[in-house]
Design a protein. Structure first.
Length: 298
C-alpha cells in the first residue's frame, strides 16, 4: 500500500469531522480508526486532533499531516495514471456487479464514454441485489460493485459514495404529486409497488415503515425496477426509488417524485466497493477512476 492505512483513516476523519461518520464511510469500527490515529500521534510525537462542539478539529500537527496526505494522494494518482498509460489499455476486462437502478442512465453513459476511449476493453455486467453484489466482489466474481447502502464488511473497501435519498414516485396527475415532501405514514391506504427483499431499496422502505409503525398496502412486489416504474406511471400505485433510478422518466414527464421524510432514507447512498484482498486490473482501476470522477460531478 503506497498510502498508509493510518493516513487514509486520518484523512477520512478530517473529511467527515467525526470518528463515527468516518467509520461508516470506511465500513470499519470507530475503535479501529481511533487506534490508527493514536499510533500516528505516538509516531509523530504530537496530538493530531482536539474535540470541540464542531467535532474533531485539527491541531497544528494535524494540519501539517493533512498537507502531507493531500500531496501524497496527488502523487499516487499521477503514478497510477502513468502506469496505466504504459499499457495504453489496449486489452483487458472489467467485471461489474451493479444494482438495477444504475442501468437506466448512469452506468450506460459511463460505459459508452469509457469504450470510446478504450474500445478493446471487454465488460461483463451482472445486475443483482445489494447483498449479492457484495458477495460477488468478495468472491472475486466482480472487480467493482455498485450497490445501495452496503453494510460494513471486513472484506470490502468503500471506494466512493453518492447520496441518493429515497423518494416516493407516482404518476404526474396523482393526488400526492403536488406534495413537496411526505412521511411514509402519510400514504395511508395508498397502494404501493415494492422491489423484492434482495434490493437495498426494499430494506430502506421496510425500515422506514417499521420506524413509523405503519403497515404498507403492498399491491405489487417485483424483481424489476423498470416494471415498477411502468406500473406507477400507469396507475394510482406509488413506489419508492432514488433519483438515479427515475430521473429520465421525471425529465420526460412520465413520473413525479416527492421527497420521503425519513432521516435514514434521506441518507441513502450508492456505494462503490472493491475487494480488500485483491488488486483490480489496470482496466478495472481506470473504469473505477471514471466512476469516482463522475460522482464528484453530480
Amino acid at each position: 500500500m503506497i498510502q498508509s492505512q493510518a493516513v487514509v483513516y486520518f484523512s477520512e476523519v478530517v473529511s467527515t469531522g467525526s470518528l463515527r461518520k468516518a467509520a461508516e464511510n470506511l465500513l470499519i469500527t470507530p475503535s479501529a480508526i481511533s487506534r490508527q490515529i493514536a499510533q500516528l500521534e505516538d509516531e509523530l510525537g504530537a496530538p493530531l486532533f482536539y474535540r470541540s462542539s464542531r467535532g474533531m478539529v485539527l491541531t497544528d500537527a494535524g494540519n501539517a499531516l493533512l498537507r502531507f496526505a493531500e500531496e501524497n494522494s496527488s502523487s499516487i494518482l499521477k503514478l497510477r495514471t502513468t502506469i496505466d498509460g504504459l499499457g495504453n489499455l489496449t486489452r483487458g476486462s472489467v467485471r461489474l456487479a451493479v444494482v438495477e437502478a444504475t442501468t437506466s442512465d448512469f452506468l450506460p453513459t459511463l460505459l459508452a464514454e469509457f469504450s470510446r476511449e478504450h474500445p478493446n476493453i471487454h465488460f461483463e455486467v451482472r445486475v443483482c441485489g445489494t447483498q449479492e453484489i457484495a458477495d460477488h466482489v468478495s468472491a472475486d466474481r466482480a472487480d467493482v460493485g455498485l450497490a445501495f447502502n452496503v453494510l460494513s464488511r471486513d472484506d470490502l473497501v468503500l471506494q466512493g459514495r453518492m447520496v441518493q435519498p429515497l423518494h416516493i414516485i407516482c404518476r404526474p396527475g396523482h393526488p400526492l404529486a403536488t406534495n413537496h415532501a411526505m412521511s411514509i405514514r402519510d400514504l395511508g391506504e395508498t397502494a404501493v409497488a415494492l422491489p423484492d427483499r434482495s434490493f437495498g431499496i426494499r430494506y430502506l422502505v421496510d425500515q422506514a415503515a417499521e420506524r413509523e409503525k405503519v403497515g404498507l398496502n403492498v399491491r405489487y412486489e417485483a424483481d424489476s425496477l423498470q416494471l415498477i416504474k411502468k406500473i406507477v406511471s400507469r396507475s394510482d400505485v406509488v413506489g419508492f426509488m432514488p433519483p438515479l433510478t427515475f430521473e429520465n422518466e421525471r425529465s420526460a414527464g412520465a413520473l413525479s417524485a416527492v421527497q420521503l421524510l425519513d432521516v435514514p432514507s434521506e441518507r441513502s447512498t450508492l456505494d462503490i466497493v472493491t475487494s480488500r484482498y485483491r488488486n483490480p486490473s489496470a482496466a478495472a482501476r481506470a473504469f473505477l477512476s471514471g466512476i469516482l470522477m463522475r460522482i464528484k460531478e453530480l
